[in-house]
Design a protein around this ligand. Sequence first.
Ligand code: NIG
Ligand code: FE
Length: 431
Amino acid sequence: MPNSTQSPYLLLANIGQLLTLRGEAAPRRGRDLQDIGLVENAAVLCGGGKILAAGPQRELLRDPWLRTNRRKVRELDCQQRVVIPGLIDCHTHPVFAEPRLVDFEKRIGGADYEEIAAAGGGIRSSVAAVRRSSRGELSKKVLAALNAMLEQGTSVVEAKSGYGLTLEDEVKSLEAIRDAARQWPGEVVPTLLAAHVVPQEYAGKADDYVKKVCDEMIPQVAKKKLAKYVDVFCDRGAFTQEQSERILAAARKHGLGTRAHVCQFTAAKLAPLLEYQPASFDHMDCVQPEDVSLLARGETVAVLLPGTNYFLGHTGFPDARRLIDAGVPLALATDYNPGTSPTPSMPFVLSLACTHMKMTPAEAIAAATINAACALRLQQRKGSLEAGKDADMAVFDVKDYREIAYWFAWDRCVEMVVAGRVVGLGTLGER
Ligand code: NIG
Ligand code: FE
């Protein structure tokens, strides 16, 4: 008989509440965002890294295969806790070397993010340290962040470059992401964000930098297969609408997906950017009414990042209710980065979504699982617990799923299962 701890089969038993998020592999909109597929007294059977069955424990245990093979199956007693799909953090910037403490204190003293950036702080002040760092040093930092995310329930992370801003340093940053991803059990989706800000050496020559991004960086990164997406920061103080379009066009030409930071400080015109079929528009603090209805008719996911509003000390937050009620597909992410959101915690983002954006806990969880999977175009494999999908799950030490968003700054995630394997936060009883 095989040793059950190395068994390819895993049974999560005695689950108090299981959120399956089952349904169409498509973004949830409007009222459907509430639909989290709650099953009480549930179990999940995994095999070969995939979900074989998920549902009421009574039904699952009647399965003839399980009845004959139960002793070959490793079993985890969830002790009536809550199990949800692994959280998906679909927007992060983990390749940086240092926290930005000078900016932090300047903001406390009354300066705002844009003033600090214009005075040479902001994104540009993270660039020198990344350029000085080796690939190995950066990959250690990325891995530490990925592990902190995993501990709080995240099993899929989108990770951007964007603090190198030369061909060499952007490639180094993406290689650091790849090196870290290879040592991490979850899945990492790499994104080239060379168009994060115009670097100092191109001051007054932004178009020359855009040309370099389009003609050198995007083609090289595509050739080396270092990124799946190209992102651009389209806003006041970063790249214009027209420059952003050139960057997204180059991405498409080289076979890469697109996404964009838009409408954080100023409203962009979204229709021209939609021509490049972006997987997501991220931030979306200030969206024009005509663009809301445009997004409601399309597949591009609006990714809201309330950690940035919190950390920048803003009183306003993106208007999630307006977007949800109009039928815009919406996701949530941390935006983990040193300037605007130094948190690895998706549960904290869920809390912010409920307290500051008036999303219900059910909506917030759907936005951080199935809709976040859609924002990365991974919805065929990720984001819900259904037969055939990847067996990625987070176990929270709570009785009711609403507690995941209720307790804040309190890490209640006690176990992670990734690709059908317990990755070992290690607090649950095993049989
Ligand atoms: O998503 N808005 C642009 N980029 C990041 C901030 C990066 C930084 O300040 O270092 C963001 O908020
Ligand atoms: Fe960002």
